[in-house]
Design a protein around this ligand. Structure first.
Ligand SMILES: [Zn+2]
Length: 116
């Protein structure tokens, strides 16, 4: 019996991931959900938890957790929109991933990336 509301998260890839199973397109996003987000992101970074994230790890594609929903929105609902670029604050221009603070490594070089 779970008492924790899962967090749904959106990952934005810093370069497109070609998907051999889907010649129509290249993936730029992944939507998932977890009750332990930081651990889940670390697992993705190591290539565990989802085939698409394993492919990112193999190809050295970095990614950023750009958005989370913890209001009970379901992963299924987000995926059903089929519109990750519009939901993504990088793709819709709300934030730029080049933004960095002095003395901090660029977002793409940090092991697990959050925007807060
Ligand atoms: Zn995006």
């Amino acid at each position: 019996m779970k008492h924790t509301t899962p967090v749904v998260y959106l990952l934005h890839f810093t370069s497109p991931l070609g998907n051999p199973d889907n010649p129509r397109g290249q993936a730029m996003h992944y939507v998932g959900q977890s009750t332990a987000l930081a651990a889940r992101l670390e697992a993705h970074r190591l290539g565990h938890g989802a085939a698409i994230m394993a492919a990112c790890a193999r190809k050295g594609i970095s990614w950023i957790c750009v958005r989370t929903w913890n209001d009970g929105t379901s992963e299924r609902a987000i995926k059903a929109l089929h519109n990750a670029p519009r939901l993504c604050p990088v793709c819709n221009g709300q934030i730029t991933i080049e933004t960095r603070r002095p003395g901090r490594r660029p977002m793409t070089q940090r092991p697990v990336q959050f925007y807060r």
